[in-house]
Ligand binder design. Structure first.
Ligand SMILES: CC(C)(COP(=O)(O)OP(=O)(O)OC[C@H]1O[C@@H](n2cnc3c(N)ncnc32)[C@H](O)[C@@H]1OP(=O)(O)O)[C@@H](O)C(=O)NCCC(=O)NCCS
Length: 292
């Protein structure tokens, strides 16, 4: 079974092969493995098993997942996704026969936003070329670091411990061992030069965090933005995302930068204010695996 399809206008969250080659970015979520696989020239990022097009039938793909990514110990969900261009966003996911969706499967939609700020003199807003103004645009955004904010990245345990503590405040699960493992994975990626983890502290106490990962093939992903509940609404997430983005663009000025967010969540408003625009919607079908 091989996913095929024409390159569309979106980001291209698709993978036609699974593997752990040097360019395959393997990350983790709370109960499945995420593979980000550059398989297409315009870049690709896959999370779980990504298909190029809406599948004719979903069951074979869920089975396929169960025997590949799903075989990894600890994986308790089969996740199959496909990207729908933005003009189709909001439509029902195309699963050929309604009866094809297993009863225990759930369907979610996640917005994929790309950083495409309006550049001076560029009415299309398309900044895909070698444009030296991207960081200047970032600097011109109405985002200021709140007083006393100290933003750092690094491979040291202090940063990682702060990042871990903040994950526990996100509402994404409170298994400390899991987050320890998760940040250890990020450390591996940091050592490989493919990830930065940023922590913003107020009076020395971690208050906000974000990661930026890239695939060495022209795509970067801003992930896991979390602000401690006591510090929300003060501009910390906006400040740390701008900081992380600026740092990334200094090193990799031409990368496309994307971010995924709940279609109607508060985070999406923040990202849009920073110049991220929705380019696609991920349709995500999830089913518990047999071992769960
Ligand atoms: C989403 C989240 C990261 C936002 O963090 P935050 O630090 O509160 O974000 P900001 O302060 O930059 O922006 C939040 C709001 O405060 C407003 N704000 C920004 N600076 C402000 C300031 N100085 N004073 C008052 N309000 C301010 C923003 O305009 C924004 O308003 P909006 O809700 O109308 O869009 C945080 O709520 C969180 O951790 N949620 C749980 C995890 C999560 O869902 N992460 C997103 C994953 S995609």
């Amino acid at each position: 079974m091989r996913a095929t399809g024409a390159v569309r206008g979106g980001v291209g969250l698709a993978a036609e092969r699974l593997g752990h080659g040097p360019e395959v970015l393997v990350t983790t979520t709370s109960d499945h493995v995420a593979l980000r696989t550059p398989t297409r020239p315009d870049h690709v990022s896959g999370n779980a098993l990504h298909l190029y097009d809406p599948p004719e039938a979903i069951r074979p793909w869920l089975e396929r997942h169960a025997t590949t990514v799903g075989a990894v110990p600890g994986v308790t969900r089969a996740v199959v996704c496909w990207e729908v261009d933005d003009d189709l966003a909001g439509t029902e996911p195309r699963v050929a026969a309604p009866g094809d969706l297993p009863r225990d499967a759930g369907v979610d939609r996640v917005s994929v936003l790309e950083w495409r700020p309006d550049l001076p003199g560029d009415e299309s807003g398309d900044d895909s070329g070698d444009d030296p103004d991207r960081r200047a645009v970032l600097a011109g955004l109405d985002v200021r670091d709140p007083a006393g904010l100290d933003i750092r990245s690094g491979r040291d345990e202090k940063v990682l411990a702060g990042a871990r503590a903040l994950y526990l405040q996100a509402g994404w699960g409170d298994d400390v061992d899991y987050w320890r493992w998760h940040t250890a994975q990020q450390l591996d990626l940091m050592v490989a030069g493919r990830c930065d983890v940023w922590v913003a502290s107020v009076m020395g106490i971690p208050a906000s965090r974000v990661s930026v990962m890239h695939d060495r093939a022209g795509l970067a992903i801003v992930e896991d933005v979390v602000t401690h509940p006591l510090h929300r609404g003060r501009g910390l997430a906006s400040a740390i995302v701008v900081h992380a983005l600026d740092h990334h663009l200094a090193a990799r000025p031409r990368d496309r930068v994307v971010i995924r967010a709940d279609a109607d969540g508060a985070a999406r408003r923040i990202y849009e204010r920073l110049g991220f625009v929705p380019v696609a919607t991920d349709v995500v079908v999830t089913r518990p695996t047999r071992g769960s």
